[in-house]
Ligand binder design. Structure first.
Ligand SMILES: C[S@@+](CC[C@H](N)C(=O)[O-])C[C@H]1O[C@@H](n2cnc3c(N)ncnc32)[C@H](O)[C@@H]1O
Length: 241
């Protein structure tokens, strides 16, 4: 994968995730708190009544970790889970899911081509938006997919607003994530891309402003407990009523 200043092109990124899919669950499983943090972001969406009668979208579902988090918060909801990487989706499909979950192979930019239309009552985008080429356009598309008052949760790394968080991010990437990626896959391109793309991503305040510009209301964010405070965040925003 070419890893340039602007990151990989969309097709290259999917190919990199295809290649990394087999090791992905083992790597994130070794990351303390990965699944608990996804569940926390899903709970922060405040989905009522266990999701009964509701329709949710997991945008960039990968191997299904965020899908499982959504289901933990809303076990009675119908969930559409989409991803651009065939390899990541296949890893998700190999797991057991209730019939209320449907996986679809598609980039989030082209959901309409798969007849995936709104309204959704909630959207979770976990570790997705940093990888999307036109973030503003994608946020506007998410807003239009939501019913009025529906909630978007963007679970994402953002370190720019904190010098301490930036220092910790460098240390964790070069001390743990990149060596672990090499150990598992003998290829560090995806993990170096992760390091670099997080450094380049919006600060938390900047991303909240981006959500407001995309037409969302009630925009706010909460970070994670523990050492990932000010590194991983849940950004929450509602489609206007
Ligand atoms: C870091 S993984 C996170 C997966 C999952 N949400 C989780 O929390 O474990 C990011 C996923 O986003 C997918 N992705 C990246 N860009 C995408 C796009 N434009 N459309 C759909 N999926 C995309 C990748 O294929 C990858 O599976």
């Amino acid at each position: 994968m070419r890893v340039g200043e602007t990151g990989p092109a969309p097709g290259e990124l999917s190919a990199a995730f295809d290649a990394g899919a087999a090791a992905y669950d083992r790597l994130v499983g070794a990351s303390p708190g990965y699944h608990a943090q996804l569940r926390l972001s899903a709970r922060r969406m405040r989905i009522p009544e266990r999701g009964k009668g509701l329709r949710l979208l997991d945008a960039g579902c990968g191997t299904g970790a965020s899908t499982a988090a959504l289901l933990a918060a809303a076990p009675e909801a119908d969930v559409v889970a989409v991803d651009a990487s065939r390899g990541m989706l296949d890893a998700a499909l190999a797991k057991e899911w209730p019939p209320s979950v449907r996986f679809v192979h598609t980039p989030v930019e082209r959901l309409d081509e798969q007849n995936i239309t709104g309204p959704f009552d909630g959207i979770l985008a976990a570790y997705l938006i940093r990888n999307v080429a036109d973030r503003d356009a994608q946020l506007r598309r998410f807003r239009m997919l939501l019913r009025p008052g529906g909630t978007l949760a963007v679970h994402e790394y953002s370190v720019r607003d904190s010098r301490a968080a930036t220092r910790i991010w460098h240390a964790v990437c070069w001390g743990v994530i990149i060596p672990a990626g090499w150990w598992r896959t003998r290829d560090t391109a995806l993990y170096r891309y992760l390091w670099r793309s997080v450094l380049a991503f919006d600060g938390a305040a900047q991303f909240r402003a981006r959500l407001a510009r995309a037409g969302f209301t009630a925009v706010h964010s909460e970070t994670m407990p523990g050492w990932e405070a000010n590194i991983v965040h849940t950004f929450l925003a509602d489609a206007p009523r």
